[in-house]
Design a protein around this ligand. Structure first.
Ligand code: GDD
Ligand code: MN
Length: 379
């Protein structure tokens, strides 16, 4: 028998909590191979949610109550996870809302995915069979859909459709491993931070469809403005793709500046000038990427590995230099070394346009793939 602990944070859920607990145990008393414990983390709800839970503990030996201060959803989860791991030693942890938005009858589906090898199972509203409530206002619908798309593209991790879902089953090792990271995220953004961490640790992620039911009793505690701000900030500071793009733009400026200077001030021929400037930008990018964008995959293992990687990087860069050289040479030959007249207002040397196109469509994809697959490949 394996043990799972379902952590349910509550704040003013008097109208929902009793029914939820009853329904959870109705489902879990029938699942084979699993013992299921339920830990309610109540932030001293003034409406007496905690009292209701206390009165049910008599009836349900697998029900537990943890009383905490009101310090945000993420904090409530972390405290619940900690106490469950200490006192109950589960193999699996669940996150679930108390307002009946998350149907307990899905619990066996989560367990099945875990039994089939997943480490982290998400109840997703955005895969086939899942849904958000029809009666949600336009604002909340747009917020949820756009929010998820932003995170998906921000992390360039398109295979996960629901980043913010609060109905999930997570293996204990992931939660343990993530603690030092997630500690900083005490609000709703905690959900994104935990999943991001799980991916960084190569957890096997699976999704099952979730039909999110709108709450019938009580109100949502989400502060959407704060939530949007924290989520955007999280993606911006934690996504290696976003950082890669920023470093890329910086590299572009360096490359461009040097090329311009070499051609117009030093009077070097255009093709070698561009190859030289590209190499300078690439060397700068190596250092910025290693210590910032790909910091989590940072090269370790002493000077020798480091030097080795640097040579490897230069080899990869050589590819980029050759692409720039060949691309520039071919463009000049094919389309001519001319002055372009833009909208009759600005005149532009044609090589500048060629360079922009070569970087955008050849160098950026080439580099991102090579960095991830060759230089900073997963350990
Ligand atoms: N202990 C505790 N402390 N519980 C809290 C707190 C808190 O500060 N804030 C909220 N909760 C509890 C609520 O009582 C509920 O059981 C659960 O956390 C979710 O809170 P809701 O207020 O119902 O949030 P929601 O429905 O807007 O948010 C749901 O969807 C989000 C994504 O759209 C949740 O599933 C979120 O986790 C999810 O990110
Ligand atoms: Mn809710």
């Amino acid at each position: 028998m394996k043990k799972a602990a379902i952590i349910i944070p509550t704040y003013n859920e008097e109208g929902n909590i009793k029914q939820l607990i009853e329904r959870v145990f109705e489902v879990t008393s029938h699942v084979p191979n699993w013992v299921v414990e339920v830990v309610i983390v109540d932030s001293n709800s003034p409406d007496g949610t905690g009292k209701i839970v206390e009165s049910l503990i008599q009836k349900y030996p697998h029900l537990h109550l943890l009383k905490t201060e009101k310090e945000g959803l993420g904090k409530a989860y972390m405290k619940g996870f900690k106490i469950a791991m200490e006192k109950l030693q589960p193999y699996l942890l669940f996150e679930m809302d108390a307002d009946l938005s998350h149907d307990p009858k899905l619990i066996p589906d989560f367990l099945e995915k875990i039994e089939r090898g997943a480490d982290f199972v998400i109840g997703s509203r955005y895969i086939k069979g899942g849904s958000i409530p029809e009666n949600w206002g336009l604002y909340r619908k747009v917020l949820s859909v756009l929010g998820n798309l932003t995170i998906r593209f921000g992390f360039m991790k398109l295979s996960i459709t629901d980043w913010t879902s609060g109905y999930r089953a997570i293996k204990v090792w992931i939660v343990k491993d993530a603690f030092t990271h997630t500690e900083k995220y005490t609000g709703y953004v905690f959900q994104v931070a935990l999943l991001d961490r799980a991916i960084a640790k190569h957890a096997k992620i699976a999704e099952i469809p979730l039909q999110f039911i709108d709450r019938k009793s009580g109100i949502s505690k989400i502060n959407s403005i704060q939530y949007i701000g924290q989520t955007l900030l999280y993606v911006f500071t934690n996504s290696s793709f976003v950082k890669y793009v920023i470093v890329g733009l910086l590299g572009f400026a360096i490359d461009f500046g040097f090329a311009y200077a070499f051609i117009n001030a030093v009077k070097i021929a255009k093709t070698p000038a561009n190859m030289l400037s590209a190499e300078i930008a690439i060397v700068c990018n190596f250092f910025i990427n290693n210590f910032w964008s790909f910091r989590h995959k940072k090269i370790e293992g002493g000077l020798l590995t480091y030097v080795g990687k640097f040579f490897l990087f230069n080899f990869v860069s050589l590819g980029a230099v050759i692409i720039q050289g060949v691309g520039m040479f071919a463009s000049l030959k094919l389309f001519g070394d001319i002055k372009l007249n833009l909208w009759g207002m600005v005149t532009l040397q044609s090589w500048i346009l060629y360079k922009v196109l070569i970087i955008a469509f050849l160098i950026i994809p080439y580099s991102y793939v090579m960095y991830n697959k060759v230089v900073w490949k997963n350990k």
